[in-house]
Ligand binder design. Structure first.
Ligand SMILES: Nc1nc2c(ncn2[C@@H]2O[C@H](COP(=O)(O)OP(=O)(O)OP(=O)(O)O)[C@@H](O)[C@H]2O)c(=O)[nH]1
Ligand SMILES: [Mg+2]
Length: 294
């Protein structure tokens, strides 16, 4: 039996639907998703394992012009994801006519690039007659004349079977890169951190979600539950106050939603302790970023 394997790296602007697409292709919630831009901060692998193929997808942070050190590192992850890609999925929202300097680099790469025009469910089944969709197609064909373009809905799975067939046909013969039971390259603690961060996106406003970093310092399997102890780092004392809320009310809410989500991810009962700490301006400090795994 021939075995195919390869790295399929998803890139695109913030909020384009990269994480939604990867989760949907894998069929598991690996990456967190929110309606706010710059949700994903790391390169996260999601792996599909079948007897005759293994596809290693990479979800990456949205392409931005970085301002502060954390964003600079995020963009290094995007650049790095180009270096080992066998196929690139460049995802954009219909109606958005984007051009990033990184595209010039991609054009010079000698690998298949598939342009995905996402969120066509917003138009409906007659998307092909839509003027904005039509303009998007024209724009991307001109920008990437040698690439395939596929309209999709990551949310509604439109054209996903076509996309999968295309990817499999482009994969080369190769033994699996990862053990066949691997779903990702990240440990459980990472997903716990991410789930808590997702809930912070949902529950807090403005700069709070962007100023937090989670560090799960304890993940202990007990007989009937898993005991988890996580630190939430914020950049300033005032943010600590907001996170905790009056009499701890906000933190209580955060714990409630986090526990629900972590339990459904781990399929085990969870006891969660959260402690909020201040780590001054950590997003601007390379040493602190390194400590947090960037
Ligand atoms: N209507 C619609 N919404 C979508 C679709 N795909 C993603 N979204 C929504 O778009 C928002 C962003 O989705 P994400 O998957 O987090 O986007 P991302 O590209 O990973 O964003 P960053 O991690 O911030 O770069 C979420 O609210 C999704 O529900 C789609 O096909 N249709
Ligand atoms: Mg994302």
């Amino acid at each position: 039996m021939i075995h195919k394997s390869g790295f399929v790296n998803i890139i695109g602007s913030p909020n384009a639907g990269k994480s939604t697409l990867m989760n949907s292709l894998i069929g598991e919630k690996i990456s967190i998703i929110t309606w706010k831009p710059q949700t994903t901060r790391h390169r996260i692998l999601g792996i599909i394992n079948e007897p005759d193929f293994q596809i290693i997808f990479s979800d990456t942070p949205g392409i931005i012009y970085p301002v502060y050190p954390m964003q600079k590192i995020m963009m290094q992850y995007v650049e790095k994801s180009l270096s080992d890609a066998d196929i690139i999925l460049l995802i954009t929202e219909f109606g958005k006519l984007e051009n990033f300097s990184i595209f010039n680099k991609i054009k010079k790469m000698n690998i298949p690039i598939i342009i995905l025009i996402n969120k066509i469910d917003k138009i409906g089944i007659e998307y092909k007659d839509n003027i904005s969709f039509h303009n998007s197609m024209k724009y991307w064909i001109k920008l990437f004349p040698n690439s395939e373009i596929l309209p999709i809905s990551a949310l509604k799975k439109t054209n996903q079977d076509l996309l999968m067939k295309k990817i499999i046909s482009l994969l080369s013969e190769h033994p699996p890169y990862y053990p066949k039971e691997f779903l990702s390259n990240r440990p459980k603690r990472f997903f716990v951190n991410e789930i808590i961060r997702e809930k912070i996106f949902f529950l807090y406003e403005k700069e709070i979600p962007y100023s937090v970093e989670i560090d799960t310092i304890l993940f202990k399997k007990e007989k009937t539950f898993i005991y988890i102890f996580s630190y939430i780092y914020v950049e300033r004392n005032s943010q600590k106050g907001i996170l905790v809320g009056k009499g701890g009310s906000s933190l209580k809410k955060l714990k409630f939603f986090s526990i629900k989500s972590i339990e459904s991810f781990l399929k085990k009962k969870v006891k969660l302790k959260i402690y909020v700490k201040v780590c001054k301006n950590w997003r601007y400090d390379y040493k602190k970023l390194k400590f947090f795994g960037y």
